[in-house]
Ligand binder design. Sequence first.
Ligand SMILES: NC(=O)c1ccc[n+]([C@@H]2O[C@H](COP(=O)([O-])OP(=O)(O)OC[C@H]3O[C@@H](n4cnc5c(N)ncnc54)[C@H](OP(=O)(O)O)[C@@H]3O)[C@@H](O)[C@H]2O)c1
Length: 256
Amino acid sequence: MGKPRILILGGTTEARQLAESLAADRRYDAAISLAGRTADPRPQPLPTRIGGFGGAEGLAVFLELEKISLLVDATHPFAARISHNAAIAAAATGTPLFALRRAAWEVQPGDNWTRVASVAEAVSALGAAPRRVFLAIGRQEAFHFEKAPQHSYIVRSVDPVTPPLNLPNATAVLAHGPFAEADELELLRQQAIDVVVAKNSGGTATYGKIVAARMLGLEVVMVERHKPADVASVSTCDAALERIHQWLSPVKDRGV
Ligand SMILES: NC(=O)c1ccc[n+]([C@@H]2O[C@H](COP(=O)([O-])OP(=O)(O)OC[C@H]3O[C@@H](n4cnc5c(N)ncnc54)[C@H](OP(=O)(O)O)[C@@H]3O)[C@@H](O)[C@H]2O)c1
């Protein structure tokens, strides 16, 4: 009988951490899957496959063909489609699945959050009157704000927004985290920002802007997550490892 085969759906810091731990553990035969969004991804500590599976059906075929014993969904809290597909494919093939997902941020005293369900809703939440907006939601959904050209935007993303935003007052800031609280405070002050738009990603790397907004008494329009609610999840790499050990020893034999 071979070793249990684990597939990590990755694209996050947590997925990389888990991959590092599993690479050092000879009991398992683990691999990681990436969407292939990054042009020049850092090498991973595990065998890596890159690119979509072809929907839930394609993923189900992959799980069967590769005789995957356990699927770990460690994708980003805002990567909703792949998590949905993982839940369907795991159920269809009887593959155990759990999610490794950092906890969402919770409102703290002094926070002034307007919670919204989507980026499109965040646009409306800004209101009709012109404001100075710090847009820190990544580049993929920034285009929604073209519907609100009355505002001025500081748009921060790792890679440039393409095509460029059709907005009269938008300044691009290219940077990647982690972002220090003091730098975020400085940015918000310097740019005279009066509202921050953020996704509730959780974790520490991008939390500085939330703290800075609190310190300045600014509103944060917070886009909440939409991940499958019925998939068991853990929020740390250690908890994920514990779960893996629990589930796979003794090995659940699926013919591997
Ligand atoms: N959304 C964010 O804010 C964000 C931030 C940081 C990192 N990421 C990472 O970037 C990747 C793409 O994010 P997204 O929001 O575009 O995802 P998504 O909308 O949930 O997924 C779109 C499609 O990309 C493919 N895909 C996504 N993750 C994959 C993976 N780990 N391995 C293989 N295929 C994958 C799947 O294609 P098929 O249907 O063909 O299988 C999926 O249907 C994810 O891996 C995520 O962890 C996302």
